[in-house]
Design a protein around this ligand. Structure first.
Ligand code: ATP
Ligand code: MG
Length: 332
């Protein structure tokens, strides 16, 4: 059976981008078709400036939202990265396989260095080594596929390179994984700046739809989305990024296709209206389930405890094999 692994960082409140680009696929497809593991990657959440209480709160919230989005612990494994030591054990090995140059070439590193720098903060060393930990996350489970949004494809590509290099140098140990990116909404853009990705740790609140936003807030954000001075609804990512973004969101929420939806709506106002309603419709069940789950925190805790146990049982032997292969003396 295909093994799937993916993760989400508790660096902020989860967004419509996280949902359409990743979580929705995990719930609708991956957990049914594969042996799937989904992880709240809290260690990655410490690669940028963080507040301990907030990190803990967001970790619990992200896990709750994964379940609210439809992940079923009977069908897949949901857990928290720091609960399974194998991630950090293997991450160090990956740092011994990767090069400094490879890490510095990562687009996410360059972008986050720029934003951390602009906020006047020092750049954490862990931000540079992030892809080594992410490679460990994936390789520790022998994952064949990694369902992610478009922005994470480069990290998965590096993970492949590291797996191949390790296998060549030290003997076949790792499955070489590949990224799977959704056909629509692989990169949901910020509603106020449709040339940048909607990211949960960005500061621009009005351009980001959070999964737990109130319905009237969502409606307002979509209705105020930046478009352009044209009037005709056409799907053109280069020339009309704002309108294209709305068409993609609408398509993702209605199982449609952005080109044909462009011919259905004859004004920006009508397109925004339809998009707002479609987003509300899509998020309604997630918000309702989230509310129910919040009333039962013991359940979420139990899911995470059991998930970590299952994850550990898979990762332990794979990481042990890697330790032996690379030349570490096994303990007695
Ligand atoms: P951060 O700003 O902290 O990097 P993020 O919103 O980018 O947060 P991640 O935790 O980095 O979220 O990514 C979780 C998953 O969501 C990944 O698979 C990523 O590719 C996907 N994803 C994130 N943002 C978007 C987006 N705007 N459109 C589509 N997919 C996205
Ligand atoms: Mg990200």
């Amino acid at each position: 059976m295909t093994r799937v692994f993916s993760g989400i960082k508790p660096t902020g409140h989860l967004t419509l981008g996280n949902y359409l680009g990743a979580m929705r696929q995990w719930a609708a497809v991956d957990q049914h078709q594969a042996d799937a593991l989904f992880c709240v990657v809290d260690l990655h959440g410490m690669t940028v400036d963080h507040d301990p209480a907030r990190l803990r709160r967001l970790t619990r919230q992200a896990a709750t939202l994964l379940l609210a989005a439809g992940l079923d612990p009977e069908l897949c494994t949901v857990f928290v990265q720091s609960h399974v030591d194998e991630h950090t054990r293997l991450s160090y090995v990956m740092e011994c396989v990767a090069t400094d140059g490879e890490m510095r070439r990562m687009i996410q590193y360059k972008e986050k260095v720029a934003s951390e720098g602009a906020r006047g903060r020092g750049v954490r060393l862990s931000l540079l080594t992030y892809p080594a930990l992410m490679a460990a996350d994936i390789l520790a489970y022998g994952a064949d596929e990694v369902p992610v949004g478009d922005d994470q494809a480069q990290h998965v590509e590096l993970t492949r390179d590291l797996a191949v290099r390790f296998n060549q140098r030290y003997g076949h140990t790792f499955v070489v994984p590949k990224a799977t990116v959704p056909a629509v909404a692989a990169r949901v853009m910020n509603l106020q700046d449709p040339t940048s990705k909607m990211g949960k740790s960005d500061d621009s609140g009005p351009g980001i739809v959070y999964l737990l936003d109130e319905p009237d807030v969502i409606r307002k954000k979509v209705m105020r989305a930046v478009t352009d001075s044209g009037r005709e609804v056409v799907y053109d990512r280069e020339e009309r990024p704002g309108v294209a973004n709305l068409l993609e969101i609408l398509a993702a929420c209605t199982d449609g296709n952005p080109e044909s939806l462009a011919t259905v709506h004859d004004s920006y106002g009508a397109l925004k209206q339809a998009t707002a309603e479609a987003v509300l419709e899509t998020l309604r069940p997630v918000q309702a389930r989230h509310k129910e789950l919040c009333a039962d925190p013991g359940y979420v805790e139990e899911v995470l405890r059991h998930g970590a146990e299952k994850a550990r049982a898979i990762a332990r032997p794979i990481v042990d094999t890697a330790y032996r292969a690379i030349g570490l003396l096994p303990p007695g």
